[in-house]
Write a protein that binds this ligand. Structure first.
Ligand SMILES: Nc1ncnc2c1ncn2[C@@H]1O[C@H](COP(=O)(O)OP(=O)(O)OP(=O)(O)O)[C@@H](O)[C@H]1O
Ligand SMILES: [Mg+2]
Length: 399
C-alpha cells in the first residue's frame, strides 16, 4: 500500500520516548468477543497502529467500538442496558464477554469483562483476577470516544457534557470513577431517606451528607483541574484545523474551589446539604452539587457558544478537545489514550481529515476509526491496520 508520509511535526508534549526509542503506547494487541451483539465469537490480533474498520451499514463496526468501550468504566459508548448487548441468538443463559490484551507503558496486561449471570451488572478481571469494581479500568485503559450521537453534545442535556468531561478525567485521576460512584450512591440513599421518612434519622442523614461532600468535592476538584489544564493546552490555544475552544466549568462547588482550599469547599458543601434538606425533600432530589455542573464551551475566534456553531464546527471543537486531552495525557502518562472515533472521518473536510490523521500518528495513539467508505482512509496506508467488516465478519485488508 502506498505510503505518503507527511512531514511529521514533533508533538509539543508528545509521548515520552521509551529507552528503546519508539514512543510508549497504550494499545490493544488482541480483542476477543463472545456472544457480543452481532458477533458469536471473534478474535482479532492487532499492533499499536490505528485501526480502520470499513463496511456497509449494519455490518458490525460500531459494535466493535462498543466492545472496546467496555474495557473502561461505565455502560459503554451506547449506554445500553447490559443484557441487551448479549447476541440475540446466544444459547439460553449465556451472556456477552469481551477480553483483550493491552499494551501499556509499564507492560502488557490482560483485561476482561462479562455480563454477570442473572444480573444487570458486569464483572471485570485484570490479569485473570477479579477486580472489586470497574474503577480499576479507568487508569489502566484510558479512552475517549466520539460518536455520531455526540454531534448534539453541546445542545444536549448537561448530563451528556458531564459524562464526556468525566471520561477525559479518568485518565488523569484513577479514582475519579470511584468518587463519582460513591457520590451518586450517597446521593441516591439521601434522596430516598428524605422522600420516604417524615423524620429521617439524623445520624444516617449526616453520614450520607458527609459522604456526598467528600466525594463531591473530589469530583468537582478533578473536573476543574482538568478544565484548567485543557484551557492551557497548547493545541487549544491557536486556531488550526480544529478551532480554539474556551472551556469553563459551571458549578457552585467548582466556583468555591477558585477561592478557597478543597477542605473548606467540602465543608461548605456539607453545610449547604444540611441547610437544603427541606428544599431537597420537596424537590425529591439534591438541588445543589457536582451532579448539576456543566461544561461550557465557546468557539473562541467567533465568540460563539458551541451550541450555536455549525454542525461541522461543533465536531471540530470536540475533536480539538479530545486531541488536546490526548496530548496532555501523553505528556503525563507517557502515552495517549485509546481513541474511539465512530464515523468521524466522513464528516470532516479533506484538510481537517488529513490534520486528524497526522495528529493521531504524531501522538502514537491507537485510534479506532469507522466508516462506510474505504477511500477516506487510503492516505493512512500501512500506517494503520485496515479491516473490512461485513455481516459480522472481520477481514484484514492490508497488504
Ligand atoms: N444483541 C444483538 N444481537 C444480535 N445482533 C445485534 C444485537 N444488537 C445489535 N445487533 C445488530 O448488529 C448489527 C451491526 O450493528 P452496528 O451498529 O455495529 O453496525 P455498523 O457497522 O456500525 O453500521 P452503520 O454503518 O450503519 O453505523 C445491526 O444490524 C444490529 O441489528
Ligand atoms: Mg455504526
Amino acid at each position: 500500500m502506498s505510503q505518503d508520509p507527511m512531514p511529521e511535526q514533533a508533538p509539543q508534549s508528545g509521548p515520552a520516548p521509551s529507552p528503546s526509542g519508539p514512543p510508549a503506547r497504550i494499545a490493544l494487541t488482541r480483542l476477543t468477543l463472545t456472544e457480543f451483539r452481532c458477533y458469536g465469537q471473534l478474535r482479532i490480533e492487532l499492533d499499536p497502529r490505528p485501526v480502520v474498520l470499513t463496511g456497509p451499514n449494519g455490518a458490525g463496526k460500531t459494535n466493535l467500538l462498543e466492545a472496546v468501550s467496555f474495557l473502561s468504566p461505565g455502560r459503554g459508548l451506547r449506554r445500553a442496558p447490559l443484557p441487551e448487548v448479549t447476541r440475540r441468538q446466544a444459547a439460553e443463559g449465556k451472556g456477552w464477554a469481551v477480553a483483550a490484551q493491552l499494551l501499556t507503558p509499564t507492560g502488557e496486561i490482560a483485561l476482561g469483562t462479562e455480563l454477570e449471570p442473572g444480573e444487570g451488572r458486569r464483572a471485570v478481571k485484570i490479569d485473570g483476577r477479579p477486580a472489586p469494581s470497574q474503577t480499576a479500568l479507568g487508569a489502566r485503559a484510558p479512552m475517549v470516544w466520539l460518536t455520531p450521537q455526540m454531534d448534539r453534545l453541546f445542545g444536549d442535556a448537561a448530563s451528556q457534557r458531564r459524562r464526556f468531561l468525566d471520561r477525559l478525567v479518568y485518565g488523569f485521576h484513577p479514582d475519579h470513577a470511584g468518587q463519582l460512584a460513591a457520590y451518586e450512591r450517597a446521593m441516591r440513599d439521601r434522596n430516598r431517606l428524605l422522600k420516604d421518612s417524615p423524620r429521617p434519622d439524623a445520624a444516617w442523614l449526616t453520614a450520607l451528607e458527609d459522604a456526598m461532600a467528600a466525594a463531591g468535592a473530589a469530583v468537582a476538584a478533578a473536573r476543574r483541574e482538568l478544565v484548567a489544564r485543557l484551557r492551557g493546552a497548547e493545541s487549544l490555544m491557536v486556531d488550526g484545523p480544529f478551532p480554539r475552544a474556551d472551556l469553563a466549568i459551571d458549578g457552585r462547588i467548582e466556583a468555591w474551589l477558585d477561592d478557597r482550599p478543597a477542605v473548606d469547599a467540602e465543608e461548605a458543601f456539607r453545610r449547604l446539604l444540611c441547610d437544603n434538606r427541606r428544599i431537597d425533600a420537596a424537590a425529591g432530589a439534591a438541588t445543589e452539587g457536582p451532579h448539576r455542573s456543566d461544561l461550557s464551551v465557546h468557539h473562541r475566534s467567533k465568540a460563539m457558544p458551541a451550541a450555536q456553531c455549525s454542525t461541522g464546527e461543533q465536531k471540530a471543537l470536540l475533536i480539538g478537545i479530545v486531541l488536546a486531552n490526548a496530548r496532555l495525557l501523553a505528556g503525563e502518562r507517557g502515552a495517549p489514550p485509546l481513541l474511539l472515533l465512530d464515523e468521524v472521518a466522513a464528516h470532516l473536510d479533506g484538510t481537517r481529515r488529513a490534520a486528524l490523521y497526522e495528529e493521531i500518528l504524531a501522538l502514537g495513539a491507537q485510534a479506532w476509526m469507522t466508516g462506510t467508505d474505504t477511500a477516506l482512509f487510503a492516505s493512512l496506508g500501512d500506517r494503520a491496520r485496515h479491516f473490512g467488516v461485513d455481516d459480522a465478519r472481520v477481514t484484514e485488508q492490508n497488504g
